[in-house]
Design a protein around this ligand. Structure first.
Ligand code: ZN
Length: 152
């Protein structure tokens, strides 16, 4: 595994739409593993491939629920409820702000073994999934902040 360089707000790659992954092969698995290592290095709970300069629909998430999620082509198929809480982002390190997200989502994705999976998520995990999928569509949390953005 290797650390990847993070991209920061202002880098135009963060505003582009990522492409679907046709197959989770060794190259994608290596990308996922590198992303997990990079996420841990910077104390994040999630990371999307554009944040390391790769425009592929790949995200990794660890909200300390005992699992590390490695997802290709994640797609929310249903969402319900609402939660508002402060969010941050490894690509926007000096800012925080309150964002409203669904309380629960059901997401379909391809896992690291190239198998289709469906996951019911709520709370912080649902929030992280929505935040990371936003990255795949060129959206940053700062676009969705409902109160003032706090500069740290
Ligand atoms: Zn982010």
């Amino acid at each position: 595994m290797a650390l990847r360089n993070l991209r920061y707000e202002g880098d135009e790659i963060l505003r582009k739409k990522s492409r679907e992954v046709p197959l989770v092969d060794d190259r994608i698995r290596m990308l996922m593993d590198d992303m997990v290592e990079t996420m841990y290095e910077f104390d994040g709970v999630g990371l999307a491939a554009p944040q390391v300069g790769i425009l592929k629909r790949v995200v990794v998430i660890d909200v300390e629920d005992g699992r590390v999620y490695k997802m290709a082509n994640p797609k929310i198929i249903t969402e319900s409820g609402e939660q508002s809480a402060q969010e941050g982002c490894l690509s926007v390190p000096e800012k925080k702000g309150v964002v409203t997200r669904p309380m629960k989502v059901i997401v379909e994705y391809i896992n690291e073994n190239n198998e289709a999976e469906k996951l019911e998520a709520e709370g912080l995990l649902a929030r992280a999934i929505c935040h990371e999928i936003d990255h795949l569509n060129g959206v940053l949390f700062t676009d969705r902040v409902i109160d003032d953005i706090t500069e740290e």
